[in-house]
Design a protein around this ligand. Sequence first.
Ligand code: FDA
Length: 309
Amino acid sequence: MLRSPLLAAARSSRMRSLIETVPATRSVVGRFVAGSATEDAVRVARELTEDGLRISLDHLGEDTTDAKQAETTVLAYSAMLSALAAEGLAEGADVSVKLSAVGQSLPVDGEKIALENARKICVAAAEVGATVTLDMEDHTTTDSTLGILRQLRVDFPWVGAVLQAYLRRTEQDCHDLSGEGSRVRLCKGAYSEPEPVAFQDKTDVDKSYVRCLKILMEGKGYPMVATHDPRMIAIAERLVMDTERVPGDHEFQMLYGIRPEEQRRIAGARQTMRVYVPYGDEWYGYFMRRLAERPANLTFFLRGLVTKG
Ligand code: FDA
């Protein structure tokens, strides 16, 4: 019930300035975000790596309407990849990139700018042995993002995509992206989407997730199972056995701060578990989507405001 208003608030600049200025917010945000600086990302990457987990780092930011800002984001990714390499943490690491943070939503030549900026991040990642995954944003960007993915894959075949099970089109996209070498992160989807394009009912989203997972597991690509849902994880584990997949030809993924014990259980079972670690100052949209996913997070947030404020 609270999902829609919270997702609407995620896009409201008035709500943003209100929530960002409450001093106690920071400590609650810290549960989901590694910190502001590159050093924070590297510190958390080290901690997770020491626990046997893989990482995908996300420099927070989205909906950039300023070309300079998009360039700054590219520089931030390059600096972060160099810092990871200096600590011996880059090999096998991944970075998650929102195309809207590197120019996709600019009014003139947005797609072209986003492609060129994403290409620069791919070059920086390739130099240190890391990979790149393109996050998926709201449905108005899906075709553009998959188009840019296709172009990047010509030179960087390891670039990963994200598909969202709540979209009605996603089963077909899974078929299209289930070929050799194709890295696909399957998630349920985190945005507010209209009924004609997306399943609204949680059961329908879950059923779609299972159908999509089956297509990816039976395909020739590299499925990345991104969910915290115990039922989806159990189904994925069974599909791994049924399709005779082995560790190294698929992986599980979760978000930083969510079900950390389960992350370690899966890694301990000799499966690849990758944790998505966001960092940076532009945490507002990301944080609001995490609140929308789980009412208990909102209670936790509000309680934090009352006790600290
Ligand atoms: P669901 O929401 O049904 O939750 C199942 C259970 O997981 C809950 O009962 C609870 O125990 C736990 N849980 C879930 N969310 C929680 C939270 N916020 N706090 C605490 N517990 C929580 N989306 C998108 O649209 N584009 C993208 O690019 C990505 N990228 C991405 C990467 C990775 C690695 C992950 C794991 C997720 C994404 N997502 C995403 C987000 C995704 O679409 C989805 O919104 C969340 O993962 C929540 O969905 P679940 O599959 O966990 O199931």
